[in-house]
Design a protein around this ligand. Structure first.
Ligand SMILES: CC(C)(COP(=O)(O)OP(=O)(O)OC[C@H]1O[C@@H](n2cnc3c(N)ncnc32)[C@H](O)[C@@H]1OP(=O)(O)O)[C@@H](O)C(=O)NCCC(=O)NCCS
Length: 373
């Protein structure tokens, strides 16, 4: 295969068509709707419906969708016991990966036709939230909390995690981040989903693999990594010295850069405005000063590198007093809807993914008998 040119990271490779999302320099859209429009006019459940069923729901469809989600949310006793048996120091993303895999043994949806796959998607969306909340609650020494009728999906996750209904502000902002995180075409975790789907494996396996891909700090783990970075500084001057040093030493700054967006990530701008208001309302503008001290040199240097959505998201979750190791699992609670939509799209028009590699190992050589090696 030495005549082939390798594409490290598959940069610039168009691997397939998709009708689910378009990531363009001018912005992001889900099934033709601009992300700004969705963020301003919809709740996360409507966006999840759009991704999974192909269209925004009307009032009746939304009611049905919410009823199905509520129906599918309770965790089985076996699943609760399995989550409880995981060592307490296991990262939340690992618990979520195991939890989804374990849940797969109790999948209430039988069959694999189009409507089964859509129902299974709603069930996986419900499971992700319920597993994260139950684990968090257990780590805090409590018992899993029963879902509360009438709460939004975002509010339900926080309510079941913390045992109290979140403030209207926390509900609104978590809902917004779930909308922004829901879908982003062929990112690493979604591509993982599609590769697994392409072997005609099952949807649960696809999502379990995708959780593993999302966990890394170059992907979804960046929201935690960005906040861990910000929280080491006491003031903007410290942050400024640190970032200049990072840049001089060609080190990465978490929450910045993107393979596709070269002029900035629209999701980051939408969320940053809300994060600034939140910090002001909470009297915590010191964090915005630190945030800007990192951001300014990044975006004004000769080759600017702009924040991606994980940068403002980390600080938004911090200002909402959410624990650091919930940040990436909350990303899963949203992105799982995009993964499932891609699983369905891949299954409907499938060809197995099987790229080539260019061999760079030793020349051909004979096996030497073991006593002579
Ligand atoms: C997202 C990311 C993985 C994209 O990677 P990529 O497309 O392979 O881009 P590269 O790593 O090749 O970067 C291209 C150039 O920008 C620089 N760069 C990219 N992201 C950077 C960052 N976060 N901090 C500092 N420099 C960065 C690289 O050093 C490289 O510079 P060079 O051309 O002088 O060598 C990368 O930007 C990154 O690691 N960001 C931090 C993690 C993160 O926030 N991930 C969430 C993504 S939504």
């Amino acid at each position: 295969m030495s005549n082939y040119t390798a594409k490290p990271g598959l940069e610039g490779v168009v691997a397939s068509d998709t009708a689910i999302a378009a990531v363009e320099q001018t912005g992001l859209s889900y099934r033709g709707y601009n992300i700004e429009d969705l963020a301003n006019n919809c709740h996360f459940e409507e966006v999840a419906h759009l991704l999974i069923f192909g269209e925004l729901p009307d009032a009746g469809q939304l009611k049905e969708f919410n009823a199905l989600l509520a129906d599918l949310r309770p965790l089985s006793g076996e699943l609760v016991a399995a989550i409880r048996s995981i060592p307490k120091d296991a990262p939340m993303m690992d618990v979520l990966r195991t939890g989804l895999s374990m849940a797969g043994h109790f999948d209430p949806v039988k069959g694999d036709d189009a409507s089964d796959l859509r129902k299974r998607s709603v069930w996986l969306m419900a499971m992700a939230g319920a597993i994260v909340s139950a684990r968090y609650r257990m780590l805090e020494g409590g018992e899993p909390v029963e879902p509360k009728v009438g709460l939004s999906h975002a509010a339900q996750i926080l309510y079941q995690a913390q045992g109290v209904e979140p403030s209207a502000q926390a509900q609104k902002l978590l809902d917004l981040t779930l909308i922004l995180y829901a879908e982003h075409e062929f990112n690493a975790s979604t591509f993982t989903t599609r590769v697994i789907a392409s072997t005609m494996s099952d949807m649960v396996s696809s999502c379990v693999g995708a959780v593993g891909a999302l966990k890394g700090p170059l992907h979804g783990g960046a929201n935690e990594a960005a906040m861990a970075m910000l929280s080491q500084f006491e003031n903007a001057d410290q942050a400024s010295t640190w970032v200049n040093d990072q840049l001089a030493n060609k080190q990465k700054v978490m929450g910045f850069g993107h393979r596709v967006y070269k002029n900035g990530d629209h999701r980051a701008s939408i969320l940053e405005d809300e994060m600034r208001k939140l910090a002001e309302e909470k009297g915590k503008t010191k964090w915005v000063d630190i945030y800007d001290a990192i951001k300014n040199p990044m975006v004004t240097k000769a080759k600017p590198i702009y924040p991606n959505v994980d940068y403002p998201c980390g600080l938004t979750y911090f200002l909402l007093d959410l624990p650091l190791d919930l940040y990436t699992p909350l990303f899963v609670c949203s992105r799982i809807t995009g993964w499932c939509a891609h699983f369905i799209e891949q299954s409907e028009n499938n060809r197995i993914y099987r790229p080539l590699s260019r061999y760079s190992g030793p020349d051909k050589r004979p096996v030497v008998a073991i006593d002579k090696r």
